[in-house]
Design a protein around this ligand. Structure first.
Ligand code: GDP
Length: 439
């Protein structure tokens, strides 16, 4: 996410590195480079200019600060300006009403149906009763897609495959929600490949009929400046409440994310970073600015971990670690949990300084495959008692998992180092606390 923008901004700040003071000349040069980086990342030119003008003014106004280097000061100011540009504060969705209706709008393929499922899953995990409604009357496949997602996440889906009247379906869904005690109805609507008048009329009348407490506009961030134009058109007709940016996991330049807010003056409320149901984040402008500037986003990382990690499992794991019984089965289940948290590279990128280190390196869930294959090729006895894995067992495991003995040896070494570290921590007596923090 935002890899190339982060890299270019980093380069711009380097111009100032080693320079002791802020002068009008170095400020102007750095600001210009920042502007170029933003425009290259697809940020609307006017928006990029506004931002860098502000950064320039701020930097010149604050040159009295002697405690930080010009480079650090610039990063800080840029961070503040990016945060402001993306809306400043996090904005929640409105789920008032009985039931509350959340209308999902956007072009076909933008990720509406996927997002509807993700939002339903998120609200359900907060203990809310949710009903998904399929109002895409043109694409029967969309109804099936929503049903599959609903089943996967354990949320009911209301659909009337034969009915071609979206307003009728939505109204029936509301009745169904009332009758079954559902408090939130998420309405997935029909999209078109491009904006067209009929679609706009349909979604407008659907909105008037169901009176949503929240109308969200879903947009594919890979579509660059088009995303901003589509957002404008939808907003003129629907006056939506918030934006959902999807596909930020892709090779996107991400500039749309930075421009939409200031062009349509509506907050970004969620971002979607993958096809998995867990790949959804509430949008925090300050955290996003930190990520763009390579400063990491530890808060989001911890929140994701808390969500994915099962408390009971963590307690059991802590106990095993304390008794020095952490084995390969535990290792495997830890890998599973990490994968549940979403895109691995994005996760690692949330660690300060990691984003830069990972630039250009290809990491995905597949990176864990050899490790998983090796562990799965071990017998249960071997997994529980790694010390019995001798040379001939290693060869058998390598053959069985389609890896090399070298790979097996590496994993054995890493595992043994990890165990040693755990043992040392236990001895220090701080193990309990340290592990509780980790879990
Ligand atoms: P809709 O036509 O607006 O309902 O779009 P869909 O939800 O069917 O999504 C279109 C395609 O984009 C599907 O293949 C989804 O799996 C994929 N998709 C949706 N959101 C994301 C995302 O955040 N990242 C990635 N990589 N793919 C996504």
């Amino acid at each position: 996410m935002f890899e190339s923008l982060s890299g270019k901004l980093d380069k711009a700040f380097k111009t100032l590195k080693g320079q002791g003071t802020i002068t009008e000349i170095n400020v102007a040069t750095t600001a210009k480079e920042i502007r170029r980086a933003l425009v290259d990342a697809d940020v609307n030119y006017k928006v990029a200019k506004d931002v860098t003008d502000k950064i320039k003014d701020e930097a010149l106004g604050r040159n009295v600060l002697v405690s930080v280097s010009p480079g650090q000061l610039f990063v800080k100011i840029t961070n503040e300006e990016l945060t402001r540009l993306m809306g400043g504060e996090k904005k929640d969705i409105n789920i008032g009403g009985d039931p509350a209706v959340i209308l999902i709008s956007g072009l076909q393929g933008s990720g509406k149906t996927t997002f509807s499922g993700k939002l339903a899953r998120m609200l359900k995990s907060q203990g809310r009763q949710v009903l998904l409604t399929a109002c895409d009357i043109y694409r029967p496949a969309a109804i099936d897609q929503l049903k599959v997602l609903g089943e996967q996440i354990g949320v009911d889906v209301y659909a009337e495959p034969e009915n071609k009247n979206a307003i009728e379906i939505a109204n029936n869904a509301l009745k169904h929600a009332k009758a079954t005690g559902k408090k939130i109805v998420i309405v997935d609507t029909a999209g078109r490949l491009a904006v067209d008048e009929q679609m706009m009329q349909e979604i407008e009348s659907l909105k008037n009929a169901v009176k949503p407490s929240e109308t969200l506009f879903v947009v594919d961030s890979m579509t660059g400046q088009d995303a901003v134009n589509t957002a404008k058109t939808f907003n003129d007709r629907l006056d939506f409440d918030g934006v959902v940016l999807t596909k930020l996991d892709g090779d996107t330049r991400g500039g749309a994310a930075l421009s939409i807010r200031s062009v349509v003056e509506k907050p970004i409320k969620f971002i979607s970073t993958g096809e998995k149901m867990e790949a959804i984040d509430v949008f925090y402008p300050d955290r996003m600015a930190n990520r763009i500037l390579g400063m990491g986003d530890v808060v989001s990382l911890v929140e994701k971990a808390q969500e994915a990690f099962d408390e009971e499992e963590s307690r059991k794991l802590n106990k095993k670690i304390r008794q020095n019984k952490f084995d390969f089965d535990d290792f495997l289940s830890q890998l599973e949990q990490i994968k549940k948290m979403g895109n691995v590279k994005d996760l690692l990128g949330m660690i300060p300084g990691m984003g830069k280190a990972l630039k250009g390196i290809d990491i995905d869930d597949d990176s864990f495959k050899p490790i998983e294959a090796i562990i799965r090729s071990m017998t249960l006895n071997e997994r529980a008692n790694p010390e019995i894995i001798d040379g001939s067992r290693r060869k058998r495991i390598a053959d069985g998992s389609g890896t090399s003995i070298q790979q097996v040896n590496n994993l054995m070494k890493q595992f043994s180092d990890m165990r040693k570290m755990m043992k040392a921590m236990n001895k220090m007596g701080g193990g309990k606390r340290a592990m509780a923090n980790l879990a």
